[in-house]
Design a protein around this ligand. Structure first.
Ligand SMILES: [Zn+2]
Length: 87
């Protein structure tokens, strides 16, 4: 019974989103080109593709974003170290 009620609520929320569109807020900046977003209404997670279209965040895409994020961190660290050494 309780489970039925929960799914009904979820359907209602996503129905709101299909009518008015998702209200995405940025939850994580991966690098200069990619970010992760979450809908404040239905909590759907999304990311953007190379054409800046929002696409649903699958576990595979999440892994890719995580990797890109660490590559970006490494790049920042290396460039900082390089410039400090140069001075
Ligand atoms: Zn939504």
């Amino acid at each position: 019974m309780k489970l039925n009620y929960l799914t009904q609520g979820m359907v209602k929320k996503s129905y709101f989103c299909t009518l008015l569109g998702h209200r995405f807020v940025e939850t994580k900046k991966v690098n200069a080109h990619f970010s992760e977003f979450e809908c404040t209404v239905c909590k759907m997670q999304a990311t953007n593709d190379i054409r800046n279209n929002k696409i649903a965040l699958t576990s595979e895409l999440k892994d890719i974003n995580e990797t890109l994020f660490y590559i970006n961190l490494k790049k920042q660290f290396v460039s900082r170290f390089y410039f400090r050494k140069k001075e």
